[in-house]
Ligand binder design. Structure first.
Ligand code: ATP
Length: 285
């Protein structure tokens, strides 16, 4: 009964972020994103984003890098409208997201986090989460894209294997590959990757990175990462510090600029730092 009370309380909570009157349904998006003079604070008086401007073209792969606490994940929070900016606007394909039906925004966004949430149901149901209309062939294609098909086929009940709570019966890399399959199945035009390989190593990491390459191909992608080696092949790199875009450009441009990005990159790739790794984004030949 006590738990029931708490569940009822939760279900009766009115979210602060909800559809406005006359909210319009977004059409299928191409994936253009614009942050226009956006300022935001979680707590009064502590500015997290400070008059930030950022334009991302449909299909562009953008890496958001910079020091801890700089506001990188906050960009992703605002893009999915978990919060509204205090000033300025966030637009997708030219639509101010405050005027759009939330469901039509969030259903067109996929996200892979450092620690994605898996449930104690079958692998298939975990992949299908949020894509109810998907058929078996779609699930299979998504798992193949995510490099998950082979390890799932090796499990006792294949796709019907019930996972441990929060995916506890899988390795970190396997959990991420299920999360990538889930994101791929949604076929959303906008993909957010928030530190998706942090904490993985070796084989796991390279398999997850190859899967992320395929997931992000042709989709507007926001990769949030501390790791500049992982971000260097992005079409655009944005260096965010204290809620402001301090530098922006390609890896080559930012190295030539010789600013914060270049200094951090040199530090991270120094011989005595962590071993080098491939980019999320395969080099086009
Ligand atoms: P990291 O690289 O460490 O993940 P980040 O650049 O992604 O950092 P954010 O997570 O966007 O930074 O956080 C920016 C600032 O906002 C930080 O000072 C953080 O403490 C604060 N912050 C983040 N989420 C909340 C929240 N829900 N409530 C209050 N403050 C928050």
């Amino acid at each position: 009964l006590a738990s029931g009370d708490r569940i009822l309380d939760l279900m009766q909570t009115v979210p602060m972020i909800r559809d406005c009157e006359n909210a319009v349904a977004l059409p299928p998006l191409e994936g253009g994103i614009r942050f226009e003079n956006v300022s935001f604070s979680y707590e009064r008086g502590r500015l997290v984003l400070d008059n930030l401007n950022l334009e991302v073209r449909p299909g562009q792969r953008v890496a958001v890098v910079g020091p801890s606490g700089g506001g990188k994940s906050t960009l992703a929070n605002l893009l999915q409208r978990f919060y509204d900016p205090d000033a300025g606007r966030v637009l997708v394909d030219g639509h101010d997201i405050r005027t759009c039906k939330l469901e039509t925004l969030r259903s067109q966004t996929s996200i892979v986090l450092q620690d994605s949430v898996l449930f104690a149901v079958s692998a298939r149901e975990n992949i299908r989460l949020g894509a109810d209309g998907a058929n078996e062939a779609d699930v299979l294609a998504a798992a193949q894209l995510a490099n998950a098909h082979e390890f799932l086929m090796r499990m006792p009940q294949g796709y019907d294997t019930v996972l441990g709570e929060r995916g506890a019966t899988l390795s970190g890399g396997q959990r991420q590959r299920i999360a990538i399959a889930r994101a791929a199945l949604r076929k959303a035009p906008i993909v957010i990757l928030d530190e998706p390989v942090t904490g993985l190593d070796g084989q796991n990491e390279s398999e997850v990175m190859a899967a992320l390459d395929r997931l992000s191909a042709g989709r507007t992608t926001l990769l949030i990462s501390h790791d500049l080696k992982a971000a260097k092949q992005a079409d655009l790199i944005v260096y965010l510090a204290q809620g402001r875009v301090v530098e922006r450009g390609t890896h080559q441009e930012l190295m030539a600029l010789g600013g914060e990005y270049a200094a951090t990159y040199i530090m991270q790739t120094a011989p005595d730092s962590a071993p080098d790794k491939e980019s999320y984004y395969a080099v086009e030949t």
